[in-house]
Ligand binder design. Structure first.
Ligand code: ATP
Ligand code: MG
Length: 411
């Protein structure tokens, strides 16, 4: 019979990987709670329209990467990201009535039909934060701080923060027009995707990785437009204020004028955090401000800013964390006594297993030493005398004590 395998681009997270995942999840709760953020869990599938409207139907994600299916004549999609879902929930649950800011964080699987490669899966996980209700740049600074401090709590260094401002719809339109104008003579030479972007969303031309397009963007007259200060006075003020907050907080960053991010909903601040130890898929965190998304999805006019991090990429930076061993392992050929003693220990807060095999004690102890800290030996002699032999499996020290003292000894 053929063996059924996990689908391309998906991976099992095995017990040996779990300590790292628990670590990432616990730190997320710990760090984001310090800022007053609350966890939210939204469904894994949503109406396709949510992403078409929320993420933007000119984006790569929506056009090429979504897992969309039909059920009872409804078009549904496995979430490719979680901002749209969180915003939907914010609106649907009337969270605009809460006092602002509303700070939410999430973790969970996302689905994108991409070409699997190192650092890129079709089912992957993100942990992220969304902060609603504050338009002032201090919120941008706080959200970036949350990201940076989370990464620090994971023990990750050697990361760099990149920032840009995409301006507001007003100043961005001027920029889009200048960009289209300067690129017009080269339109035929741009890749097919860029030709669509040129019409539908010229800003994202800058995101193109095709070398021929990059060459065109490197032409002096094109660079002049890309690197021009196109943002309006108010947007510039916002960006400058954010930078001075970060300076004061001693968060190192660099401004990257080519940073436009892959999603449609951003305005003003966008940022990415990259690792210098990840190879080509080096972005661990992407985020930005999305002041019109809540309104665009039918809610009130509420500004927001957030970020998402790729947990597989974080996990590979964290490396291996040893599994914790169980405390005790009962070595015995009397299953009835072994199961009773094991349960008594568990009821007293001590993790414990026993051997079901009735193998020779040396074999049982050998097995115990792989998974447990102490072997509790319950042989014929011990059973007769009411004593117990406890063996430290790391140091091999052992002593025989009265059974009543076992708990205090283990604790
Ligand atoms: P990329 O440029 O790597 O495709 P993106 O802009 O599509 O990133 P976002 O939508 O901003 O990514 O998602 C935030 C983070 O989620 C990324 O920085 C990355 O760490 C992670 N991520 C995105 N797509 C994948 C994927 N297919 N597999 C694993 N991690 C991913
Ligand atoms: Mg992508």
């Amino acid at each position: 019979m053929t063996i059924i395998k996990a689908q391309k681009g998906t991976k099992d997270i095995l017990p040996a990987d779990m300590p790292v995942w628990h670590f990432m999840e616990e730190k997320a709760n710990e760090v984001f709670s310090k800022y007053g953020a609350k966890e939210i869990r939204t469904p894994i599938f949503e109406a396709t329209e949510l992403f078409a409207r929320g993420v933007g139907d000119t984006t790569y994600i929506v056009n090429k990467e979504m897992y969309t299916f039909e059920k009872s004549e409804r078009s549904l999609t496995l979430r490719p990201e979680n901002t749209a879902g969180v915003v939907r929930s914010f609106i649907e649950n009337g969270m605009h009535r809460l006092s602002m800011p509303v700070k939410l964080w999430y973790k969970g699987p996302m689905f994108r039909y991409e070409r699997p490669q190192a650092g890129r899966q079709r089912q992957f996980h993100q942990v992220g934060v969304e902060v609603f209700g504050i338009k002032q740049p201090a919120a941008d600074a706080e959200v970036i701080l949350m990201a940076v401090n989370y990464l620090k709590a994971l023990g990750l260094n050697d990361l760099s923060v990149e920032l840009n401002s995409l301006g507001c719809p007003k100043c961005r339109d001027n920029f889009k027009n200048s960009l289209k104008q300067v690129l017009k003579p080269y339109l035929g030479e741009l890749c097919e995707d860029c030709q669509t972007r040129y019409e539908k969303n010229p800003l994202r031309l800058l995101d193109c990785k095709v070398p021929e397009c990059q060459e065109i963007f490197a032409k002096p007259e094109v660079r002049n437009v890309i690197f021009s200060d196109f943002i309006c006075e108010e947007c510039a003020e916002h960006f400058n204020a954010l930078k001075s907050y970060l300076d004061e907080l001693k968060i190192t960053y660099s401004v990257n004028k080519l940073l436009v991010r892959g999603l449609d909903y951003y305005n003003r601040t966008v940022f990415e955090i990259k690792s210098n130890n990840l190879g080509s898929q080096n972005a661990v965190c992407g985020g930005g401000r999305y002041d019109s998304l809540v309104k665009n999805l039918g809610g009130e006019d509420i500004p927001a800013i957030g970020f998402a991090m790729g947990m597989e990429r974080l996990a590979s930076l964290i490396g291996k964390i040893e599994e914790t061993k169980t405390t005790a392992f009962v070595v015995s050929n009397n299953s009835a006594e072994a199961i009773k003693l094991s349960e008594e220990l568990r009821n007293n807060g001590i993790s414990c297993e026993f051997d079901f095999s009735n193998k020779k004690f040396v074999k049982q102890i050998e097995k115990a030493s792989k998974t447990a800290k102490y072997a509790i030996i319950l042989g014929e002699d011990e059973l007769k005398t009411g004593k117990i032999t406890i063996k430290n499996l790391e140091t091999s020290e052992q002593k025989t004590i009265s059974k009543d003292l076992l708990l205090s000894e283990l604790k």
